[in-house]
Design a protein around this ligand. Structure first.
Ligand code: SF4
Length: 238
């Protein structure tokens, strides 16, 4: 999967299961991993990836601030598909230092402090897992956010120097739900109470019908700029 071939690959593959098969075959199953936040998109990809290879790597960044329902869904998904997630956690000394100094809810105080929390709880653990792979699979979709409009299926992740594969980047939310229902895939009960994107409990809330999918994430910030840092550095703009 040479970098120069990305454009051709994006023209050749559109079916998510074919994208995943191609990526696993070409990178090797131990050198590619799915990043799961237990969202409906990641549940779809978990289902597809484990059909391609039951031994595929799926990881969760356990920030320590997830909803209990997210942990419940992790367990349910593990039982359903008979696999174990790779779990990556923040460095305890980072958390101890920051929370001792600023208190448990400092991330509401400014964008800088919020990004600092995301950096310690999400980005640093992510860097550790990404250092073990040549490519990662993500459930990003273009319609989720203005920051995701230009994303492609196959991308080169400049920041991490690995491939980034977004098999359902072109799917609508309706297509995701249709796949979930058709395949009886477990999903978070948070969606039944108005949530449309799943993140850390203190930074995620339900949204009203018609509102932007990600408007419930860091709702106090400028919608054109908010990203947690996990998806910066690829071909897509931040
Ligand atoms: Fe911290 Fe909120 Fe980012 Fe989670 S989403 S890492 S709680 S700032």
């Amino acid at each position: 999967m040479e970098q120069l071939e990305l454009k051709a690959l994006n023209g050749r593959y559109a079916k998510p299961d074919e994208v995943i098969s191609y990526a696993v075959e070409n990178l090797g199953v131990s050198k590619i991993a799915l990043a799961s936040s237990l969202s409906i998109e990641d549940q779809v990809l978990t289902h597809m990836l484990l059909q391609v290879d039951p031994g595929a790597r799926i990881f969760v960044i356990d920030t320590g601030r997830h909803f209990q329902k997210t942990y419940d869904l992790m367990e349910q998904t593990m039982l359903r598909y008979k696999f174990n997630y790779e779990v990556y956690a923040p460095e305890s000394k980072d958390i101890e230092e920051l929370v001792s100094r600023l208190g448990p809810n400092f991330f509401y105080e400014s964008v800088e402090l919020r990004k600092k929390c995301c950096d310690i709880r999400k980005v640093k653990p992510l860097k550790r897992v990404l250092s073990t792979v040549d490519g990662w699979i993500c459930g990003l979709r273009r319609e989720q956010s203005p920051t995701r409009q230009d994303m492609e299926i196959f991308e080169w992740d400049e920041g991490n120097s690995i491939y980034k594969i977004n098999p359902i980047v072109h799917w609508s939310e309706e297509e995701v739900w249709a796949y979930i229902k058709a395949n009886d895939i477990p999903y978070s009960h948070l969606y039944s109470t108005g949530f449309r994107s799943i993140g850390c409990q203190p930074c995620t809330r339900a949204v009203q019908p018609g509102q932007d999918v990600r408007s419930g994430r860091w709702w106090w910030e400028d919608p054109d700029k908010k990203e947690c840092g996990l998806h910066l550095g690829g071909h897509a703009p931040a």
